[in-house]
Design a protein. Structure first.
Length: 483
């Protein structure tokens, strides 16, 4: 059963029971109050009738009373002075006088009557309900029973009318309440229905679906939180999809990178084994085997580095940034001279925290990429800058200094649509040139991991034919004289 239906029936049933119990209690209270008044009035009338009968007895004497009790006199004239409907009986139950219709049975009312007792009873006589009050009137050793009947039929009719009117009002009110409750339950459950519909669409794969603004109450806040959750889920799914795609590309590229050199190695080795080749052809085949073996070695070492970086913590040590960059630049001078590449280094004095061997690997990878891009001039710059970025909170905060390192070359550059993928493992912009230079497409993925260990990332700016600039920012302490 739906929530709206449950809510509707629960409220209708609860309201109906409460209204019914309340109406029953109210009607019972009025009925009991009216009946108590009728009983009090009837008791007063009975006492009056008893007084009239006793006065007559006192006036006429005990002998007359004995004759009345023996049934020798008609006492209808005395009854005419009494109120309500009366009947007089002997103590043994014989009727002396009665204003009630014939056939009325007072046996149960008169049974066990005593001198000081009064009996009450409701009795229906010829479709009229009476409240009967019976008592004993005595004179000496003689006594008679006096029954006074008060007509309460009108009170019962009024009670029936009240009950009927209450039934009509109850039906009308419940009908109106059903309509109101139905409308209110539909109104209150509408946001939940919208939320359910959106969850079904999201579960079906439409992760862009969102709930419209439905107010500022709890349900509105729930809808906003759900939208935030849906955005987070969508972003996470996109990340997972991108990660799965990258893994698929990684596996495909890795298989391809292994297949190509292995095919060459197997082919040339088989050629040497199967045939007697001239010295020059043997040297050429051996060179191809050596060349592809070198690429496989580079590939295995790079993969090992990536695996190690993912499963190891490193301690960063404080060092002079300008000395570090100049030392690393000197370490690659021999390589650059062979390639005919000019390297310039401009670095400000500051202190940064690095892991030397890892940072050297990152630096060499960036220089190696510039060489493979056909650069003739590489500029390494290091200078202190104010750290930029959106504020973390509304509270004012002193800007922090960072040490910005740039490696800029004048090589062939990177197409704009390729920049976002160049840090993926095995991804190569120019695969043919990279293979010729023993490239495996892991260098920048390894460099990015090293940058993350140092609390930064690699930012690339590049244009085709105009070179590439790579920037990373490290936390630093200001320069000055050495202590």
């Amino acid at each position: 059963m739906k929530l709206g239906t449950k809510l509707f029936f629960c409220i209708v049933v609860c309201f109906s029971v409460i209204f019914l119990v309340g109406g029953y209690s109210l009607i019972s209270f009025f009925y009991e109050s009216a009946m108590e008044r009728e009983i009090e009035m009837a008791a007063e009338q009975h006492q009056y009738n008893k007084f009239v009968l006793q006065t007559t007895l006192i006036t006429r004497g005990s002998e007359w009373f004995e004759d009345v009790a023996a049934g020798k006199y008609n006492i209808g004239s005395i009854a005419s002075d009494m109120n309500n409907t009366v009947a007089i009986f002997t103590l043994d139950g014989s009727e002396l006088f009665s204003q009630f219709s014939e056939g009325a049975d007072f046996t149960g009312l008169l049974a066990g009557m005593k001198k000081d007792t009064v009996n009450y009873k409701f009795m229906k006589i010829e479709n009229i309900t009476y409240l009967l009050i019976a008592g004993v009137v005595t004179q000496g050793d003689t006594g008679i029973c006096l029954v006074t009947g008060a007509n309460v039929e009108k009170l019962l009719e009024q009670q029936d009318q009240i009950i009927n009117k209450f039934g009509i009002v109850y039906t009308a009110v419940i009908g109106i309440c059903i309509l109101l409750i139905f409308g209110l339950s539909a109104l209150f459950t509408r946001p939940i229905k919208l939320l359910t519909a959106v969850t079904k669409k999201i579960a079906g794969g439409n992760y862009q679906e969102r709930i419209a603004d439905i107010g500022e109450d709890e349900l509105g806040q729930l809808a906003k939180n759900f939208n935030q959750m849906a955005c987070a889920v969508e972003e996470k799914i996109m990340e997972l999809s991108e990660s799965a795609r990258q893994k698929e590309d990684f596996v495909a590229n890795f298989a391809h990178e292994l297949k190509t050199p292995l095919t060459s190695i197997i082919g040339y080795a088989n050629r040497i084994y199967q045939k007697e080749l001239p010295r020059e052809e043997q040297k050429q085949a051996a060179w191809y085997i050596w060349n592809e073996g070198m690429r496989l070695e580079a590939l295995s070492l790079k993969l090992m580095d990536l695996i190690v970086l993912n499963h190891k913590d490193f301690v960063l040590q404080e060092t002079r940034a300008d000395i570090l960059l100049h030392e690393l630049s000197k370490d690659v001078e021999y390589l650059l001279e062979e390639k005919g590449v000019l390297l310039s280094c401009e670095a400000e004095h500051a202190y940064v925290k690095v892991e030397y061997d890892l940072f050297k690997t990152l630096f060499l990878n960036l220089i190696d990429n510039s060489i493979k891009a056909g650069a003739t001039h590489i500029l390494v710059k290091g200078n202190m800058e104010l750290e930029s970025g959106p504020p973390v909170s509304d509270e004012p905060k002193e800007p922090e200094m960072c040490y910005e390192i740039q490696v800029q070359d004048d090589g062939c550059g990177i197409p704009k649509n390729e920049i976002k993928r160049i840090k993926e493992a095995f991804y190569m912009v120019d695969k043919s040139r990279s293979r010729q230079l023993h490239g495996a497409g892991i260098g920048l993925a390894l460099s990015e991991k090293i940058a993350e260990i140092h609390g930064t990332t690699l930012d690339f700016e590049s244009e085709e034919t105009r070179g590439t600039k790579v920037t990373l920012r490290l936390q630093c302490k200001g320069g000055g004289q050495d202590e």
